[in-house]
Design a binder for this molecule. Structure first.
Ligand code: SF4
Ligand code: MG
Length: 336
């Protein structure tokens, strides 16, 4: 597998009246060509901030990338100017955000909206632009593209509008697509169609996808690998099957138990995870999940677990999986 995007030791903070919120705290991951990596976790875990940081879309200030690198084919995007980033957005990395910022303009035809970025390319003639728009509308499954490109957003259903957003994200043939909760606003049938569309596009174009979602059912259907985020960190990472069948982190186990669609044993109740994530204005010095964890030990309160390799493609940040936990001496046990 060939890496296309590499995020290393990423720290992102937001300045607030009350102090610095450490939204992303040392995130590491690699995205390979043609794969789908899901980033999952509760709201506020840092998954959207991670995505927005890759696109350099966090407002600076109050946001700031404090540390780390985001390498796209070896080039560190954290060093790019806004002008360089504008080229990256759309042409190298496409995005679909649930954000109104990227929603469709009601007074422009969808053809005008999809072709907007293409028209900036001086090497394309008007008819070449129209050809590309038709081709991309076909790719996202919109019938009669020639007629439909003259229509306005209100003439399309919600699912079709999401297809148009996907078309806009893909029209410049990026190698990476970032989709932040792409189906959250859609009903279940349309969700399934959009998922099939992602799979189909990936098969045809080899695009790598980062899917940001809180929906583990969705992840099961489309992702190759999963990063589980908690309190600004990736706390477990692995192949979908490993995470679903052999989760190691108590938080991941809790997440899986709280998903109705994955819980096929009807006698087993759905168990929500009790408690709330820590305040990232002052993250705890130990494991950020300790307050909610039924397995928390002394070591968890005192020391932050590091990433431990479970298998070749599966890692977790939890003292339960770290052999060194037994050997750690506590300050209260005697002199340092
Ligand atoms: Fe629970 Fe400790 Fe593992 Fe944190 S490190 S998840 S508190 S067992
Ligand atoms: Mg979000």
């Amino acid at each position: 597998s060939e890496p296309i995007l590499d995020v290393a030791d990423l720290y992102v903070s937001f300045q607030t009246r009350n102090g610095e919120v450490q939204a992303v705290r040392g995130v590491n991951f690699t995205l390979n060509k043609g794969e789908t990596l899901a980033i999952v976790g509760e709201s506020g875990c840092g998954k959207s901030v991670t995505a927005q940081s890759i696109m350099r879309l966090i407002p600076e200030p109050p946001g700031k990338i404090k540390q780390g690198s985001i390498k796209l084919k070896g080039n560190d995007l954290t060093t790019y100017t806004e002008k360089q980033m504008r080229k990256v957005r759309g042409s190298d990395i496409g995005m679909i955000f649930q954000d109104p910022m990227t929603s469709l303009n009601p007074v422009l035809t969808i053809g005008e909206q999809i072709s907007e970025s293409l028209l900036k390319n001086p090497n394309l003639t008007k008819s070449e632009v129209e050809e590309k728009v038709i081709k991309i509308l076909k790719l996202v499954g919109i019938a009669n593209p020639k007629e439909r490109l003259k229509q306005y957003p209100h003439q399309f259903s919600g699912g079709m509008r999401q297809r148009i957003m996907i078309a806009m994200a893909l029209v410049n043939e990026p190698q990476v697509l970032i989709a932040d909760e792409p189906t959250t606003a859609l009903d279940v049938t349309i969700q399934a169609q959009i998922i099939d569309l992602f799979k189909d596009i990936q098969k045809r174009t080899g695009i790598a996808i980062i899917l940001i979602t809180h929906d583990l059912g969705l992840v099961a259907q489309i992702a190759d690998r999963i990063n589980v985020m908690y309190a600004g960190r990736v706390i477990e990472s692995g192949q979908v099957k490993e995470i679903f069948y052999h989760p190691q982190h108590p938080y991941t186990k809790g997440l899986l138990k709280s998903v109705p669609r994955l819980n096929d044993d009807r006698n087993q109740p759905l168990i929500p995870i009790h408690g709330t994530p820590p305040d990232l204005l002052s993250p705890p010095k130990g494991c950020p999940f300790a307050k909610r964890c039924d397995y928390a030990m002394d070591v968890c309160i005192q020391y932050d677990p590091e990433s431990t390799q479970v298998t070749k493609n599966h890692s977790v940040r939890c003292w339960l999986q770290d052999e060194r936990a037994k050997k750690i001496q506590f300050p209260s046990d005697g002199p340092k």
